[in-house]
Design a protein around this ligand. Structure first.
Ligand code: 0PR
Length: 381
């Protein structure tokens, strides 16, 4: 830090310089984030100083948070779900598992475990570490969905819950949530659905999938407004089927305007809560459906274009995530060559494939350009 500070112009020019070093989203096909909607940006700027960590000072923001919870709850089959706006999928995952861990600990259980699919996001590795519980990984079927038989084999007396993913990070696949719901109902376990990505996609797909609170066994769902919800970062949303689960997370906050706090973080962005409220109000279900519809249209163009140049997807895409199959020795070279042409793509773990996420910042021209360059790279000798 300089002793006397700098002029506003000098700082602005420093910022401009750094902004230019960042990538713009145009050729990013590896991200689950996108440009926030302009109405979200407007709301975010308006509520910048608002802190939901002491929500009694910001009752207007708190009211917006409550309304967001109701709107997303209604979208996911339970208007009166209880929850809060978190910093994103990782916090929501930690908190969902912490809630059930706390409940079971009160009941005297020790050495607990949960079962997640092999395809689970790496935040579950953080959970194992933070919450001192074992995270068991169930294998996947041929379509890369959680294998229900493998889940049943892994369940024992120390199991407290099962996690299904609705929109896996790498393949955009949906686990068999209905079957998982049946399994856990027989055994009185907790079923948590990580729909961080899929929560704002699946309700708007042409094909219908059962994955939300309309299934009796589903006790909690995570969905991120800062992914397909077009909101600003940081905005996740954790919902429980019953208020009592949220209460498992409560910590007394003696000198604040509220009596207790259930979030993981203390100070918490009211700006991204306002942004989420604004964008959901503005777009409505029809607006969100239009966005998902366009992403899916482009996904289909991408997949059929790839097939025409002899590259097939690992699974037929369920949502706007595509994994293209390459020989294991090729995928690194293709990724590097695409990178040299300023494309940002990623590589899946198992099976190794070229992963592309078709977010709302991608347009049709970009898809055609990408396919042309991919063809060039693939057929270079
Ligand atoms: N659950 C699922 C199914 C996810 O896909 C993700 C993140 C999370 C939980 C964790 O969410 P947060 O990152 O909000 O805590 N999936 C993306 C990923 O790890 C996140 C991402 C977004 C990565 C933008 C890169 C990027 O540029 O791939």
């Amino acid at each position: 830090m300089e002793e006397g500070g700098m002029s506003k112009e000098a700082v602005e020019s420093l910022l401009q310089e750094k902004k230019l070093e960042d990538l713009s989203y145009e050729r990013i096909l590896s991200s689950m984030c996108t440009y926030p909607h302009e109405i979200a940006v407007y709301a975010h700027a308006m509520f910048l100083e608002s802190n939901l960590g002491d929500s009694g000072l910001f009752p207007g923001t708190k009211e917006m948070e409550n309304k967001v919870i109701r709107m997303i709850g209604a979208l996911l089959g339970k208007e009166d779900a209880a929850g809060y706006i978190s910093t994103g999928g990782t916090e929501s995952n930690i908190q969902a598992i912490r809630a059930i861990r706390n409940r079971k600990r009160k009941e005297g259980l020790r050495d607990m475990n949960i079962i997640v699919p092999e395809s689970a996001h790496f935040s579950f590795d953080k959970i194992a570490d933070l919450l001192s519980i074992e995270v068991r990984k169930a294998s996947l079927d041929e379509e890369l969905r959680m294998d229900v038989n493998s889940v049943e084999r892994l369940i024992d007396d120390q199991t407290i819950g099962v996690v299904g993913i609705a929109g896996t990070t790498e393949f955009g696949q949906i686990d068999p949530i209905k079957e998982l719901s049946e399994i856990i109902m027989e055994r009185d376990l907790f079923l948590f659905v990580d729909a961080a990505f899929g929560g704002f996609v699946i309700p708007f797909l042409e094909e219908r999938y059962e994955f939300d609170f309309s299934l009796e066994g589903v006790r909690a769902i995570s969905v991120d407004p800062h992914k397909m919800g077009m909101s600003t970062i940081p905005a996740g949303c954790l919902l429980f089927s019953e208020e009592s689960y949220l209460e498992e997370l409560a910590v007394p906050t003696p000198y604040l305007t509220t009596k207790e706090q259930c979030s993981l973080t203390g100070t918490r962005s009211g700006a991204s809560a306002a942004a989420t409220y604004a964008v959901l109000k503005y777009l409505g279900r029809e607006g969100l459906k239009r966005i998902v519809g366009e992403c899916m249209r482009l996904t289909r163009i991408l997949v059929s274009g790839a097939k025409q140049i002899g590259i097939s997807p690992v699974i037929e895409p369920v949502m706007n995530v595509v994994a293209l199959r390459f020989p294991e020795t090729e995928v690194g070279r293709v990724t590097r060559a695409l990178g040299e042409r300023r494309w940002r793509v990623s590589v899946t773990r198992k099976p190794k494939a070229l992963r592309l996420v078709i977010m709302p910042h991608v347009d049709e021209e970009t898809i055609h350009l990408f396919l042309e360059e991919l063809e060039d790279i693939v057929y270079v000798v």
